[in-house]
Design a protein around this ligand. Sequence first.
Ligand code: ANZ
Ligand code: ZN
Length: 803
Amino acid sequence: MKTYNPSAIEKKWQEVWEKNETFKADDNSDKKKFYGLVEFPYPSGVGLHVGHIRAYTSLEVISRKRRLEGYNVLFPIGWDAFGLPTENYAIQTGIHPREVTDRNIKVFTQQLKAAGYSFDWSRTVDTTDPEYYKWTQWIFLQMFKHGLAFKDKSYVNFCNHCKVVLANEDSQNGVCDRCGEQVVQLEKDVWFLKIREYADKLLDGLNEVNYLPRIRLEQENWIGRSYGAEVDFKLKDAEDKLRVYTTRPDTLFGATFMVIAPEHPYLEKYHDRITNMNEIHAYQEQSRRKTEFERVQLAKDKTGVEIKGLTAINPVSGEEIPIWVADYVMMGYGTGAIMAVPGHDTRDWEFAKKFSIPIIEVIGGGNIEEEAFTDVEDGILVNSGMLNGLRVKEAIAKIIDYLKENNLGESKTNYKMKDWAFNRQRYWGEPIPIIHCPHCGMVPVPEEELPLTLPEVEKYHPTETGESPLANIPEWVNVKCPVCGEDARRETDTMPQWAGSSWYFLRYIDPRNKEAIASDEKFKYWGPIDWYNGGMEHVTRHLIYSRFWHRFLFDIGAVPFKEPYAKRTAQGLILGSDGEKMSKSRGNVVNPNDIIEEFGADTLRTYIMFIGDYEKYAIWNDASVKGCRRFLDRAWKMQEMVTDESGYSEKHTTLMHKTIKKVTEDYEAMKYNTAIAAMMSFVNEITSDGYITRDEFKTFITLLNPVAPHITEEIWEEMNFGGMLNQAGWPTWDEEKTVDDVIELPVQISGKVRGKIVLPKDADVETARKLATDDENINKYLEGKNIIKEIYVAGKIYNIVVK
Ligand code: ANZ
Ligand code: ZN
């Protein structure tokens, strides 16, 4: 037998697969299809990291298993290659982002190939390739034509450091996703995509798919649908009404003050009437420096200013109530104004306490002197006129009817999710294909002119005012209006990186199609994606964005299936051996290439799947890497133990069927670690017995193949098992044969486990007693004692009570 030499055999099989196009997905097949998708990488300058390996190996295992099961598998990969780091690198070095990107793609390709992934390399897509972004621009134009893309002045999250507008999704917790700096609120002209119009569709679509529960929940929370009402409060001695959004219109009698956001337009409008405008201006200035995140935090001290000279009338109680400005109310949600009900809302309660505003109880049962009474689902209304005695639900229905009848308001659904700020003032992105004409307004670039390619620039810096460097190229910017032929200007903003990744999974289906994103026939065959795996960090961004684009394309008839992903799962992070997130500065980064070089790709893959519960974070452990290599060494050595059929043993049959069942079910449930543990104990058993039949070995090698494809192909060939392993078929098990005839039974003496006996599972108590007394370790607890009782259930329990 040869020695196990991963570097030689891995290279050999990778070449064979490439030459034979083993993993090429077949567009004309009558097999069942499986489309497995992993999040395509951003080809950064630092190369592949072990997080990628964890993310990709899981669906790699599933894809290889599916092929063995007889499926026609599409398992593609590509490059999400527009992005700030590449552009920043270009700014620093002057090297064109195209060149940097190509270089990085080369490195990533070589690394992914070295890991032995069964990607269909003929279908790679690159979001920065004009042939690709032609369709990104085309989709944008369809959205524009359907009124889903618009440009508007708006308060946006702006990063002073990156000079870039950030979507909420890109500035979670108030920090820039790119550089970690606090973002500020700026008023700018920005492009938006009306993702809110799709909020209901995105929520309802969740009923049609199979996502991990926590993924579903995060999507629901992010979209944040809430049902309530808008209510008008009359301003005293003024024409206007102040409209609020509330989820609890039943508490209207308890509204003792109102709060408007510092950006609320009434502050300007009633400027002359308000007598403490200076104080309010100072307050506005102070809150402008806060991020939305700081503003909404519950724990923080409430601040605010009472507006002098402007009050409101509670529409049901007729009471005159004060209006305050406070930054815990956001302009971007609801109407930017609230009715404050301190008896039953925690933020309002804290505010009322701090500023000595009256608190009225309108739902009985709490202790509103101590805290707001908010847990009121079954509460009964009090101090509320016509609502008294009603339950909360009934009161909500009744008051909404009343508001409608009296023209005071209406029911209203709101969403936390905001429209998607869709642009960057950057070079390295898809140019937004719009022309601004002084006569015709915003005019789409004619579709036949797509792709609208990026021009060459001298410098990649945004302009000082934060405009894209494209704005500095007059030849590119100045064009004739496609409608009226007059002088016009191109839009100089580019799209955010999320654009290209919002539809890439569709392009894999037909990546070189010139007429459409993909042909209808291929869409119908391959769609939807059967299984999509990726990071939890993308659940509120990429996953929502791409479901939105996809659903839009479905609505306009450009794709024939409604939801893109039938199933979505997520992996946990891999932390460094110090338990911290891997980072250059901590020096705890593991480079997958080093592991491949020292131990082989099969060891890396085995280890990364063995590292722990797939959905949880896991800590890197070098010793365990070595353990995985030893496991493969032992699997290799099993070649010497193969016997002819005379090596048949019933114990091995049971072990084999148990292992097939365990590995098959665990792979599907993403319990890769326990699947590998089962294969490890299989190898241990066989090695200690010293023999295995050819058939059993063949089966075992097949089970291991999805995780460790190179070593298993090599063994297959060495053993002359015939043909290629990757066409071998997936083993099945016989349920009856998974049950042991001989079992290990723990023996308890007066309730304490003292040892184990091995016996047939239907043995009688005499056999059990004899074995127990024969066992030295158990017998020492029996010697000199009287057996007063025996509880024996065959195959389950043996307890001897002694005195
Ligand atoms: C009166 C009330 C009484 C409220 C009560 C709650 C409890 P969700 O579920 O998040 O939609 N609100 C409305 N607009 C706001 C804004 N722009 N900034 C900050 N808060 C705002 O919650 C909606 C509730 O949050 C609304 O219902 C309003 O307070 C507040 F016992 O109105 B409520
Ligand atoms: Zn025009």
